[in-house]
Design a protein around this ligand. Structure first.
Ligand SMILES: NC(=O)c1ccc[n+]([C@@H]2O[C@H](COP(=O)([O-])OP(=O)(O)OC[C@H]3O[C@@H](n4cnc5c(N)ncnc54)[C@H](O)[C@@H]3O)[C@@H](O)[C@H]2O)c1
Length: 329
């Protein structure tokens, strides 16, 4: 049994508590600054101990910690934990800026720690299977990727106005909150994004001013990329289409499948995967992190890989804040 501390027991922190307990490989303590929330979560789950501050929590020994606080707090908390020799699973995005990231990476190496960033798409069996098929070479070189995400965020997260989402400085807005998932998955398939241009606007979500609609075009070196999302459409759908020389591959998150087509005029060939609920995905991610802790596997997403995605996300925010890339017609 590993001892695990979950820091922040809001929406995703509570899910981590539940899903890590599902693995039966950990005991879980929690640290949450809001008294009521901390007491509720501690009462509902088999939590070993609960703490109102990180300082209190660090009086106990922990093998690992999950950082599930808003993004602007990830790096200072991670640095404190890494210096104390605690292995880390950090929620996405790694941060809102690159301050302290190099120091964190160095501390992780010096203390010989396992550290991962919770880009949970990487734990999805259908995306993993599609990536394996692409990496096998049978579809040839990739030429273009098109990622499309749409979901009515207020329906799924009614309290969004009162969370970090409303504030760019705390990791809010569609680019830092959602696009980052798509970009990270794209980089996992195709390697780093090295050029981009981004257009983003607030179009529909009531009560906030941050962008809820984004179009981004980019290059993963030779491969052309297009990432587009909105957080207000009725259908909840996410697809990644990878156009290669010898066929087209598509991951459909909402259908829990990947499919491919090689001949024009033919049908898609479906590669079904058992349907998985959100908790199952997070339990798979938890198990993968514990496998890394036990030396059985590499982390699904390393700090360096999340740092690269953070640089892309920052470039997207910068690009979206100017319109100098437009040509008037
Ligand atoms: N992987 C995913 O699918 C996914 C989904 C949602 C959120 N997230 C990420 O998880 C993080 C948290 O998101 P959320 O939706 O759970 O936010 P949230 O606001 O619901 O929860 C964050 C919690 O952290 C607590 N907190 C803040 N500072 C703290 C500190 N210093 N010590 C202890 N507790 C502290 C807050 O009181 C709050 O309860 C964000 O980085 C977000 O991007 C990931």
């Amino acid at each position: 049994m590993h001892s695990l501390l979950v820091i922040g027991t809001g929406s995703i922190g509570e899910r981590h508590v539940r899903c890590f307990l599902n693995t039966s490989r950990v005991t879980v303590g929690v640290c949450e600054i809001q008294d009521q929330l901390r007491e509720d979560v501690a009462a509902r789950y088999r939590v070993s101990e609960s703490f109102p501050t990180l300082k209190d929590a660090l009086k106990t020994n922990w093998d690992a910690a999950v950082i599930a606080t808003p993004a602007h707090t990830h790096i200072p908390i991670a640095l404190t934990l890494a210096k104390a020799g605690i292995n880390l699973l950090i929620e996405k995005p790694l941060s809102t800026n690159t301050q302290g990231v190099e120091e964190l990476a160095q501390t992780i190496v010096e203390k010989d720690l396992v550290a991962a960033v919770a880009y949970v798409y990487r734990a999805h069996p259908a995306l993993q299977a599609m990536r394996d098929a692409f990496n096998s070479g049978r579809f040839g070189k990739a030429l273009q990727i098109v990622a499309v995400f749409g979901q009515c965020f207020p329906f799924y997260r009614p309290a969004y106005r009162d969370t970090y989402y409303a504030d760019h400085r705390r990791g809010g807005g569609a680019i830092q909150d959602v696009l980052t998932h798509l970009l990270n998955a794209g980089e996992w398939l195709l390697g780093p994004i090295n050029r981009l241009c981004c257009d983003a606007d607030h179009k529909a979500i009531p009560g906030v001013e941050v962008e809820d609609t984004v179009n981004l075009i980019c290059r993963h070196s030779e491969v052309m990329g297009c990432y587009t999302l909105n957080q207000h459409q009725a259908p909840n759908e996410t697809t990644f289409t990878l156009v290669c020389e010898k066929g087209t591959l598509r991951f459909e998150l909402h259908k829990c499948r990947w499919r491919w087509m090689s001949e024009p005029g033919n049908d898609w060939h479906d590669e079904p995967i058992e349907p998985i609920e959100r908790d199952v995905l997070f339990t798979l991610q938890a198990a993968a992190f514990l496998d890394a802790l036990e030396g059985k596997a590499k982390p699904l997403c390393t700090i360096d890989q999340a740092h690269q995605t953070l640089k892309v996300q920052i470039a997207a925010m910068e690009s979206a804040s100017t319109d100098t890339h437009y040509r008037n017609v």
